[in-house]
Design a protein around this ligand. Structure first.
Ligand SMILES: C[S@@+](CC[C@H](N)C(=O)[O-])C[C@H]1O[C@@H](n2cnc3c(N)ncnc32)[C@H](O)[C@@H]1O
Length: 306
């Protein structure tokens, strides 16, 4: 993730929100210390809520503090509340940012519609259904012009109606420059037991949208890394009001993209699909159709045919 940033110079203000023990900041700072960035000075704002991680985080970031050109601000605070208060100009909470860089592996958790996080986010016009999209949206909102954001997040934001406000927010405020896909979801994060399909994205805030680099690797060893460059209209179709984000893995267009006949969603042509009733754990003890028993071998085929 640290290697995805273009080189930079001057003063770098890095955001690491949900920093854990600081592994991502450390990768970024290692690249700087080994000459991979030409920054004169770097400051890091590392937000981490978990008190058990703060000592390790402090220890790791302090190890870069030996030349007088680096400052680490470790903040054991809720990033969402601090970032929202910064945007609303709360008198008692000084603003954060603007950041020139952000490196993020945010928490993944649904945000309930009545929760304090959801209410706070709405105050600044951000509709987020998951912590990860809230973290990325708030990083974009605190970015300096031209800022670079690299984030590893679940792929679920690429489509579906719930993430449409998030897609609109990031595509309106930033250029999508790079997407990295892991071809095997069971291999990529096997040590962490993560079966979530994850994607790494690089955004350039306020940047002009050009072509998008899509790289793939089977897993996190990156041994078979390959790259393709795609025009943006292959990533987000120009006539798609939902702004689904496609991640083509080859240079050739696929059957759906090539077919002028396939341009409608199921809703456009009046078809509703539900897989709910045929998922066994959702079936009540009696079949809702014939009231006999569940799962009912007679009604399930009839329900799925509907
Ligand atoms: C997926 S982990 C990533 C840790 C680290 N960035 C890494 O890549 O190893 C997300 C981290 O966010 C922290 N976190 C969760 N909610 C937070 C919040 N509201 N504000 C700040 N940190 C939070 C968690 O404690 C956790 O350490």
């Amino acid at each position: 993730m640290a290697s995805l940033f273009p080189d930079g110079e001057g003063n770098c203000r890095l955001l690491d929100a949900g920093a854990g023990i600081g592994s991502l900041s450390a990768a970024f700072l290692d690249r700087w210390r080994s000459g991979g960035f030409r920054f004169k000075r770097v400051s890091v704002d590392a937000f981490e809520l978990d008190s058990a991680l703060i000592e390790h985080l402090t220890h790791i970031l302090d190890s870069y503090n030996n030349r007088g050109d680096f400052v680490a601000n470790i903040r054991q605070e809720d990033f969402i509340h601090i970032a929202v208060e910064s945007l609303t100009g709360d008198l008692f909470s000084p603003p954060i940012g603007p950041y020139t860089h952000a490196i993020l592996n945010p928490p993944y958790k649904k945000i309930n519609s009545q929760s304090a996080h959801r209410t706070a986010l709405r105050r600044v016009g951000i509709e987020a259904v998951n912590l990860y999209s809230a973290f990325v949206a708030l990083a974009v909102a605190h970015a300096a012009p031209g800022a670079q954001i690299v984030a590893i997040i679940p792929r679920s934001f690429c489509n579906g109606p719930y993430y449409r406000p998030f897609r609109n927010f990031i595509l309106d405020h930033a250029a999508l420059c790079h997407m990295h896909l892991f071809e095997s979801r069971s291999k990529a994060f096997k040590d962490d037991d993560v079966l979530q399909e994850n994607i790494i994205i690089r955004l350039e805030c306020g940047g002009r949208q050009g072509s998008v680099t899509v790289s793939t690797s089977s897993d996190d060893s990156f041994s078979d890394l390959s790259y393709h460059e795609h025009p943006f209209d292959r990533i987000v179709f120009p006539d798609d009001t939902e702004r689904f984000i496609h991640a083509p893995t080859s240079a050739e267009q696929n059957a759906i993209e090539l077919s002028p006949a396939i341009r409608c969603t199921l809703a456009d042509i009046g078809i509703k699909v539900s897989t709910g009733p045929v998922v066994d754990f959702r079936l009540k003890s009696t079949c809702a159709t014939c009231q006999v028993r569940a799962p009912c071998p007679y009604c399930i085929p009839a329900i799925s045919a509907k």
